[in-house]
Write a protein that binds this ligand. Structure first.
Ligand SMILES: [Zn+2]
Length: 438
């Protein structure tokens, strides 16, 4: 299948940050064969008129719990510990495989519509999420989340590994799988050591939560005598490619460890604002050479999965927190939201629009009042464009969204099923709550 997008403005995010006005993009199969000029002997099966549209690499959501879409609006205005203990973990205890499937479908619809081509998911009943990814046409990196020593909730380590081996490389290579200890504050060091050794042996990466609060750091120092980040290094977790979600509370030594070990921090600005967790310091990480990717986190703490919105919040929050209007200037946030995540999730061929790269791209419809004038396409993308301005989404060369319609999933049916599934879950949750309080 060959597709030509003509007369389109292109924010390539190549090394030089090239922006092309009125160019062409030629797609052959899963890859870009030309960006800028139409190749002479290119005979497309389909041609898309890109007039008034801007092409940009698709977003890679580097940390989320997609199926938590069913908990959207169910855990509001609470501090982190009460948000977990009183709402989220209670609701999740009422969650079954069917809810996970429907929640992932709902999240996939939302992500595709707002220009996300891939997501890094950390949750339960992951075979159901994998099936949704396969059907949706998206890419994903998937992980069975493990609490404690992996024996208490969900599957044990053997089960998580079996899932990873079942799905890694599946869906025409669109799925990657990792192992996923929840965090160093939920999993004991011996388990971290065991899972890290297994990941290393099997050639898998790890996806974990890290240093979300100052309290987690003090507790780790009191219990283990080291920071959570040092604990990850000591237990071998950082011996394999690791995506560490959040990592907000880091000493200089912690930052140096993450840089030296090539770990990626998945930064989720909206969660930090909503749960009043603190802004972290992205420029500090980037200066030290730590790879930073962008995530939405789960819809219980965001409450949406719109990466375009997260791009703007990342930029604004860091400018404010650093008291530096030059922080994350130009296309820096777009790179965090695309190529950094692509690399960390195991799709290094994606994340820039250049010949030979993966055809993972999004068109924004710029024929809108808030996107006029076009002095600076990058600034318009970062600060003015909305996720809802996305008009087309290609993943691995396949068109999955065009002009308001998702071409791979039945969105109307999914919305209705999600409403029903969320209601069932909450009803079960109330039963749980009643049992607690009687
Ligand atoms: Zn998370």
């Amino acid at each position: 299948m060959k597709t030509l997008i003509k007369d389109v403005d292109i924010v390539t995010l190549d090394e030089k940050g090239t922006v092309i006005r009125g160019g062409a993009i030629a797609i052959d199969g899963a890859f870009l064969v030309a960006v800028g000029k139409t190749p002479e002997d290119f005979a497309p099966d389909t041609t898309i008129d890109g007039t008034n549209h801007v092409a940009v690499p698709g977003f890679f959501n580097a940390h989320c719990h997609a199926s938590m879409s069913l908990v959207r609006g169910y855990a509001e205005d609470l501090p982190l510990d009460r948000w977990f203990n009183e709402r989220v973990w209670v609701a999740e205890s009422a969650l079954g495989p069917e809810e996970v499937r429907v929640g992932a479908q709902l999240a996939a619809c939302e992500m595709i519509r707002s220009g996300t081509v891939a997501f890094n998911d950390h949750y339960f009943y992951m075979d159901h999420v994998a099936e949704v990814v396969e059907a949706s046409g998206m890419r994903a990196s998937l992980t069975w989340c493990q609490f404690g020593t992996g024996k208490e909730v969900g599957v044990d380590l053997e089960g998580a590994l079996a899932f990873a081996e079942r799905w890694n490389g599946k869906a025409e290579g669109r799925i990657r799988a990792m192992l996923g200890p929840h965090s160093p504050y939920v999993c004991p060091p011996a388990f971290l050591r065991e899972i890290a050794a297994l990941a290393k042996e099997k050639g898998l990466g790890l996806h974990i939560h890290l240093a979300e609060s100052g309290e987690q750091v003090s507790r780790s120092l009191a219990t283990h005598g080291v920071t959570p980040t040092r604990l990850l290094e000591d237990t071998g977790v950082l011996d394999v490619p690791t995506i560490a979600a959040h990592a907000l509370y880091l000493s200089d030594d912690d930052v140096a460890i993450l840089a030296r070990r090539g770990a990626t921090v998945a930064y989720c600005p909206i969660t930090y604002m909503k749960l009043a967790m603190g802004p972290g310091d992205v420029p500090r990480l980037l200066r030290a050479g730590v790879s930073v990717a962008l995530g939405t986190d789960g819809p219980a703490s965001n409450n949406d999965m719109d990466m375009k919105e997260a791009v703007r919040f990342l930029t604004l929050l860091q400018k404010l927190a650093c008291r530096d209007a030059e922080a994350l200037a130009g296309d820096a946030s777009l790179r965090v939201a695309t190529q950094a995540g692509a690399r960390a999730m195991g799709f290094p061929e994606a994340g820039a629009l250049e010949a030979g790269r993966a055809a993972d791209l999004v068109l924004f419809d710029f024929d809108k009042p808030h996107l006029v004038p076009r002095h600076d396409l990058v600034a318009n993308l970062v600060h003015a464009a909305k996720g809802s301005d996305v008009s087309h989404v290609f993943v691995a060369g396949k068109l999955v969204y065009a002009d308001g319609t998702i071409l791979t999933l039945d969105e109307e049916k999914i919305r209705a099923e999600a409403e029903r599934a969320a209601f069932r879950m909450v009803s079960r949750d109330l039963t749980v709550l009643r049992a607690y309080t009687s």
